[in-house]
Write a protein that binds this ligand. Structure first.
Ligand SMILES: Cc1ncc(COP(=O)(O)O)c(C=O)c1O
Length: 388
């Protein structure tokens, strides 16, 4: 489609409330929701917003064509991903380094299966997105964790704890950048420290950058760790999280080292399904046309974030570091003041995830990627259980 420069730019309406119930939604059709309770779901990481028009048009074209056979990843998709990584994350990669996969979680699992064994496992910072620690059980290897700490207004690594963990001999460092939960967008100093430490202890870095485009502040840069590789590295990218197409899957592993790429491919052989035509067309449309939608989404998410932060800061017993990225707030509660806040929120009609799922105690994770009126309602409900 040629761009008509006189065409008005569409304004997306993120305030629009779309009923997602009875759509087989993991978030909204949770079988545990009591029928008599009107629960606001804020757990799983997808957004209650419709996707960009061009994505819907791509899906319409497939429907009109009517054939849903097997698909191959076209060169145009590989080039689109390569360009994005170069332009947006300042990392020059070759097309040969790409391995297209159905999702990042299966990719992480394959990477860990390829690189670890019963004695030498994984190191990762906690709290963290639960597959990062669960994967050790899935591939049967040891798990070493180290702590995230508050430094000023943000979460970062306890680098001394990280080094102590590295001394125990893991094979793989699992990095989540931006970090889920807590939203840290790691800066260059932090990334370089990770690179140095992993090189010192000869640990392979496996980096999940699925949230890279969800930076709440335009001035913050996404620092792709692959830019500084000193040794073989696996970096995962996907458009599915930032552009809200998670249900369709599709991701790319960038593995410049041929031997490592071979190991990864062998470990995943037979486990991954082929990418669907839907997934391929949607990724192509996203790379080509997603920018405007994202540019309108980010200020909306920022305003939701600020609303939530105001509530947390004005509520005795709750605390939260402002997020730099993602829409997944990590809220600490004082049990002595508020009791079991996750349970109380549920009873008040707000479903948030319990911190333990991410290896954090007395925290909840709240997804604020929803229309403002829904967030306001959730805040009202939480106010009713905080004496606020
Ligand atoms: C850090 C992180 N990685 C991966 C995923 C899921 O990726 P995929 O659906 O591609 O397996 C999520 C979903 O929330 C996530 O937060």
């Amino acid at each position: 489609m040629s761009l008509d420069r006189n065409m008005p730019i569409k304004q997306y309406n993120f305030d629009q409330i779309i009923d997602r119930r009875q759509t087989h939604s993991f978030k909204w059709d949770n079988v545990a929701y009591p029928a008599h309770l009107d629960i606001l779901p804020m757990p799983v990481a997808d957004m209650d917003f419709p996707v960009a028009d061009e994505i819907l048009e791509a899906l319409d074209r497939i429907t009109a064509h009517g054939i849903l056979g097997y698909s191959i990843v076209p060169e145009s998709l590989k080039i689109a991903a390569q360009h994005k990584i170069e332009l947006d994350y300042a990392w020059t990669t070759s097309l040969d380094s790409q391995v297209w996969i159905p999702g990042i979680v299966p990719g992480i699992t394959a990477a860990c299966a390829a690189l670890t064994n019963e004695k030498e496992g994984i190191i990762t910072a906690v709290p963290v997105y639960h597959p990062f620690h669960l994967v050790a059980g899935w591939v049967n290897c040891p798990l070493i964790t180290f702590e995230m700490v508050k430094e000023g207004d943000r979460w970062t690594y306890d680098f001394e704890d990280f080094e102590r963990g590295l001394q125990k001999g893991p094979k793989v460092f699992l990095l989540c950048n931006p970090h889920n939960p807590g939203g840290t967008v790691f800066n260059e100093t932090e990334i370089l420290r990770m690179v140095e430490l992993c090189a010192k202890y000869n640990v392979t870095i496996v980096s999940d950058e699925i949230h890279a485009d969800l930076r709440l502040y335009p001035q913050s840069e996404h620092i792709s760790i692959g830019r500084f590789e000193k040794q073989p590295i696996i970096s995962f990218f996907a458009t599915s999280k930032a552009f809200n197409t998670a249900g369709l899957g599709g991701a790319v592993a960038v593995i410049p080292d041929a031997a490592l790429r071979d190991k990864f491919t062998k470990a995943s052989a037979g486990f991954f399904s082929m990418l669907s035509r839907h997934s391929i067309e949607v990724m192509l449309a996203t790379y080509a046309h997603g920018k405007e939608w994202l540019a309108q989404l980010l200020p909306y998410l920022r305003a939701n974030h600020d609303l939530l932060l105001d509530f947390v800061r004005s509520t005795p017993g709750l605390a939260m570091q402002p997020l730099e990225g993602t829409y997944l707030a990590w809220i600490e509660y004082d049990e002595a003041v508020l009791g079991d806040f996750q349970k109380k929120s549920w009873e008040a009609g707000v479903h948030v995830l319990r911190g333990e799922q991410f290896k954090g105690r007395n925290f909840i994770r709240l997804n604020f990627a929803c229309p403002r009126a829904v967030l306001e309602k959730a805040i009202e409900r939480m106010k009713s259980i905080t004496n606020g």
